[in-house]
Design a protein around this ligand. Sequence first.
Ligand code: ADP
Ligand code: MG
Length: 683
Amino acid sequence: MKTPNEELTIQNIKGVGEETALQMNAMGIHSVLDLLEYVPYRYDDYRLRDLEEVAHDERVTVEGKVHSEPALMYYGRKKSRLTLRLLVGRYLIQAVFFNQPYLKKKINLHDTVTVTGKWDKNRQIVTVQHFQGGPHGKQGDFEPVYSLKGSVTNNTLRKFIKKAFNDYPDVIQENLPSVLLEKYKLSHRRDALYHLHFPDSTEDMKQARRRFVYEEFLLFQLKMQALRKFEREHTSGIQQHYDLEKIKEFIHSLPFPLTDAQKRVINEISADMKSPYRMNRLLQGDVGSGKTVVAAIALYSSVTAGFQGALMVPTEILAEQHANSLSELLSPSGLSVALLTSSVKGKKRALLLEKLRDGDIDILIGTHALIQDDVQFKQLGLVVTDEQHRFGVNQRRVLREKGESPDVLFMTATPIPRTLAITVFGEMDVSIIDQMPAGRKPIETYWAKADMLSRVLTFMDKELDKGRQAYVICPLIEESDKLDVQNAIDVYNQLLHYFEGRYDVGLMHGRLHPDEKDEVMRNFSSNQLQVLVSTTVVEVGVNVPNATFMLIYDAERFGLSQLHQLRGRVGRGEDQSYCILLAEPKTEVGKERMKIMTETNDGFVLSEKDLELRGPGDFFGKKQSGLPEFKVADMVHDYRALEVARDDANFLINSKQFWSDSEFKPLRTYLSSSGVLEGEKLD
Ligand code: ADP
Ligand code: MG
């Protein structure tokens, strides 16, 4: 449905002919409202600055007195350079204009002029990119810059926007209710929009931005929260009436008391499982925070309620490890735990599948082998996926569809920055384990240059002499498994030689046969191997508490999150652990990453930093990011507003007034026009 405003096309603006209209259409501008809402993507800053504070090569605007007759010089064909001296405060600098010979006549000795350009600090020269023929101030401090197509220029666009404001001021309607405008002292939509296009001062711009950041986040969050609410209310899940006594007993039988954070998330998960809604929950917890036992308790609960559980993990090593630790935990309670990976074949597999169908297997653990067609459960109640970001959305969906409507728990040890969690997983419930088991010592991390390798090895020797074990992680060469493997073999051979007769060294990489991997892992777990040379296959989940030392070669080749995951293989017991990053980063960002690694063990801090260094698009990898695009707001820098908007949206969606009062009508209209309210009753 089109409102009258949307039908007011841009051709209604004087001066916009057919040609211009077409070009603006290509920019997504069809109506006068579109034009008014076409906000600049950045501003050029024309504020005056003290030259003292300006760094070399930075862009600067200065006002000064012309101190020498402009000297014009031609070179080549049509190329010219105009040079003059400019007295800026107490600095005498040079201003250079390229290919603007006509300025010679315009600029006179003793004129006051304002120039903007690149500052060569060493030679005290401004190469002028923008010239204002008079004192500063004519220009305004900020010039909006629009994303343009065709022959539409920044200036024509601004001219039309100005006309639109004058001729059609009523096109812009307030969409936020006055309670919110007052609560946050936000400016009216029309004023804010005007100041985004024509900012007079920093303050104007700040206020205008603030309003739109909030509006964008609120609209987005309303959509997510509405989706979540309706999904909860409309998809009937299963009610799992678990046996609380048995669960308590099980928790008491654990070799350690649960942390408060573990107890809290277990309560959140239990409440979901008991409810008639289908659970759709993300469990975040840093490496080593103890997610496995939480999963075990949830799976156990499901079994006590008469259902089966499934745990899907990304690698075979991890599947085996989980199968071992879960059988150890759950078998004493009489549960049957089975492992299904691609190496389970033939008769063995057929038998396993039969038992699964008959309900003789309570908990099935495996890799993506779990989602094959012939894998059928008798009554699947809970699906847990570990390291969920490694599975595609489809794989998760297929697994979920194996039961009637099983509850789903996604676990991840890659802490997702709060900001991204709110946006990307806005439609999911999120539980966070933000506490480490007691008695853990923070891992000490050091950054060493390649020429310090022999000292690092001496350090490693000392740890091994104490009876500890060590991981050595080999560099990632490129997206080539083959080269990675070759590298690991080289390092392995060197260390074999280095530790000869003293310690046993094992080798692990992705090309080993599953049986071989299994054997290497078992030997490392049982301390028959003291040193494990490996590619990144050990990245996820492997648990050998006696390993207290990790050496990572060429650490600059890894991302922060990955380094943190790798490092998480140590520091899992009570002894002090160490992680040495051998790295020669070439870029500032690379150095920054190494520094951050040595400064914090907190995965959430690291993920926020990672996001800052890489930007939101890169965080998940471009393809699967699925991140919403905001015109004004920035998810990283405006995250406080995002949190506020989320809470407000949540409150609104669950309040009566929102669905009835007229002041919320524009927001309801927005929800229905974005398709969220399909089939919902409105007004
Ligand atoms: P992650 O969250 O990385 O999957 P794990 O579940 O593998 O962590 O747990 C790491 C280690 O901590 C395991 O050895 C586990 O037995 C132990 N652990 C888990 N919870 C606790 C706790 N509450 N107290 C002490 N140790 C715990
Ligand atoms: Mg884990």
